[in-house]
Design a protein around this ligand. Sequence first.
Ligand code: DGT
Ligand code: MG
Length: 394
Amino acid sequence: QTDEAETETFSVPSYACQRRTTLENHNTVLTDALSLLAENAELSEEEGRGVAFRRAAAVLKCLPKVVMDMTQLRGLPCLGEHSLSVIKDVLENGASSEVEATKNSERYKALKILTGIFGVGAKTADRWFRDGIQTLHQLRDSGQTLNRAQQAGLDHYDDINQSVTKAEADIISEIVEKAVVAVLPGAQITLTGGFRRGKLTGHDVDFLITHPEEGREEGLMSKVVSWLETQGFLLYQKTTRNSYLEAKDGPARPASNMDRFERCLSIFRLSKEKKRGAELTETLTENLKTPPSCSSSHVQQGGDREEGGKPWRAVRVDLVVSPISQFGFALLGWTGSKLFERELRRWAGREKSMSLSSHALFHNKQSRYLRATTEEEIFSYLGLEYVKPSERNA
Ligand code: DGT
Ligand code: MG
């Protein structure tokens, strides 16, 4: 490379929602390092530090080339002193001493294992860690009371911590589609989350369900869940009203429609039979043949192995039902990435005096809701160029 190329600098707008971030990342060594520190901050409930590292990583994710030299980073937004020193360490020494120390710390290792249990957040994991619990065995032996979600999370630990493939997401799409159409003809499902952004693997599968006629979606979630339960597809489910943004976004939540916005956190029982076309019927018969097991193979045998193991695996699935009037906002809000969403809301608030949520967009100065049916319209209200899902991988 010539000197000129090496000192080439990049120009990047400051909000992630102003950028196009595809899955093609030229700086994974750097972004992995920063993401690990972000994760560690989040595990320590230091949200501010976590976001700072996430923003720094996101800037590097959208660069068109490999960063070779610190001088190339001049003028880039969101790179604070701490992030820059980590990047410098990686560029000069091949690794960051802080990242290596974190990765090898007892606390980080234990919190990773414990928060790997579905239903266990940073707070609970930290409390257990302070009680001397660092492994699943120790958790089992400790006699700690687990809630229903955590018990299911422990029972299916290995499966849930193995990433979900796009092929598996497609099979689950077919099952959910079949459930939805069976209980309410005309209802529609959309794959959201990471898979909508083009990711090939994920930690779960996210769906948004709606009906083209306003109001017809009422009561839909419980019917879908009953159908899935009857067919033997659910190992665990908990349906809640969605209250995620209530505290944060105030007026962006139209009170009258909130009751209809439901979310189901579930664990699916997915047959390992992969023959396409026939898999749905096979899954159905398979599911009815073998009742769900409630033992944890991780703890008792050490893994959900395909060979000689059970013919199914547990997969985390999130279902959300939205009335059609809020569909655009729900779709935008559930497609992610998490940082992209956060940045959209920050942009809306700070640059446009608007409050954005997964339900609505509120114009603070005009004191009114801005109606939209598509994601394109919402970007346009926000004065942003449209960013398609595959470019929201910030
Ligand atoms: P993954 O599943 O780890 O491969 O990656 P994502 O991007 O699918 O992340 P996930 O499944 O945690 O969440 C999907 C998107 O939905 C996420 O990017 C932001 C949004 N989201 C997550 N949790 C909530 C929530 O509780 N309420 C709302 N409104 N949105 C959420
Ligand atoms: Mg997801």
